[in-house]
Ligand binder design. Structure first.
Ligand SMILES: Nc1ncnc2c1ncn2[C@@H]1O[C@H](COP(=O)(O)OP(=O)(O)OP(=O)(O)O)[C@@H](O)[C@H]1O
Ligand SMILES: [Mg+2]
Length: 286
């Protein structure tokens, strides 16, 4: 890529600088489970993530400014505004799952939010809660209290990202619910542009940054089948893998099943056939 300088790699994305103001985020087909990137890729997963995030960016622009400038014809590369990312992950939870459930079971609260007694795993919360986390370089993010998060980014800015996160979550959760998908929780990352304005960055409202549950199978009182990675997790459990790197190779049935679920999430949420997106990624922007 002659017009770009590689500036970083995450578990899923490669980052390139296009110039001082713009980055190219390229979403690979890598899949991680239990925080380990597996040796087998899921074809088109990066395109699904890129297309879905762009779809939401286009639809939430009036609620919150975001970094998206353009999606490239490959369907997996996003040109975006380069931001100074805030050092917190902005998590909104509408349901009790993952570390939220763990913390609740241990202490009756999540990130300083006292919750009613007697909630079950995967129960819907009376109101969504904001549960910030640190952006740990190791990949294992840690929940922190609202006060700790406010100390990291400043009280005023904290208030602003909390409000924006709730607004985005409520909009997307309502939208998805009508299409048969529960967004149990989701993570946003915000940054500051050159003028110090808050801008939504990274990916947003994708199966990698959220828990998507099929609404017709929702049954609180235990873990829910996740929309995307369930095949992979189930397979990994079966192999007896100890969840440290390297992870197991995935058989072709698991790869195909997982790809189908990612594509299904894309099609259900956007209402656009995935083949149409592949032919012209700009369809998600209008
Ligand atoms: N507009 C932006 N400007 C600057 N950095 C950004 C922007 N949008 C996203 N980023 C950063 O780019 C990276 C995206 O890469 P990726 O999602 O693969 O990694 P990650 O989520 O940090 O780490 P991992 O997924 O490995 O835990 C993140 O560090 C994110 O904070
Ligand atoms: Mg990421």
């Amino acid at each position: 890529m002659p017009d770009a300088v590689h500036v970083g790699s995450g578990k899923v994305r490669e980052l390139y600088a296009l110039d001082a103001e713009r980055l190219l985020l390229v979403a690979s087909d890598r899949i991680s489970t239990f925080d380990v990137v597996l040796p087998t890729a899921i074809p088109d997963k990066g395109r699904v993530l890129t297309g879905l995030a762009a779809f939401w960016f286009a639809r939430t622009r009036a609620l919150c400014p975001n970094h998206l400038l353009a999606v490239r014809p490959d369907g997996r590369s996003t040109e975006c505004r380069r931001l100074a990312m805030l050092p917190i992950e902005c998590v909104v939870r509408g349901y009790l799952a993952g570390t939220g459930w763990k913390d609740y079971r241990a202490h009756g609260e999540v990130c300083g939010h006292r919750l009613p007694a007697g909630l079950r795993e995967s129960d819907r919360l009376p109101e969504p809660i904001f549960t910030p986390a640190t952006k740990a370089p190791s990949g294992h993010d840690e929940n922190i209290t609202r006060a700790q998060a406010a100390a990291l980014v400043g009280a005023e800015r904290f208030g602003a990202v909390e409000r924006l996160s709730f607004t985005l979550y409520r909009f997307a959760a309502d939208y998805a619910r009508e299409r048969g998908i529960i967004i149990a929780d989701t993570k946003f990352e915000f940054g500051l542009d050159g003028d110090g304005r808050l801008v939504l960055g990274d990916e947003a409202l994708t199966p990698d940054s959220s828990r998507f549950w099929p609404a017709d199978q929702y049954a609180p009182g235990g873990p829910q089948p996740s929309f995307d990675k369930q095949f992979v997790r189930d397979f990994c459990e079966l192999t007896g893998w100890d969840k440290t790197a390297p992870g197991p190779e995935l058989p072709s049935t698991v790869v195909a099943g997982t790809r189908a679920r990612y594509v299904e999430a894309f099609e259900r949420l956007t209402g656009i056939p995935f083949a149409t997106y592949l032919a012209d990624p700009n369809v998600v922007l209008s």
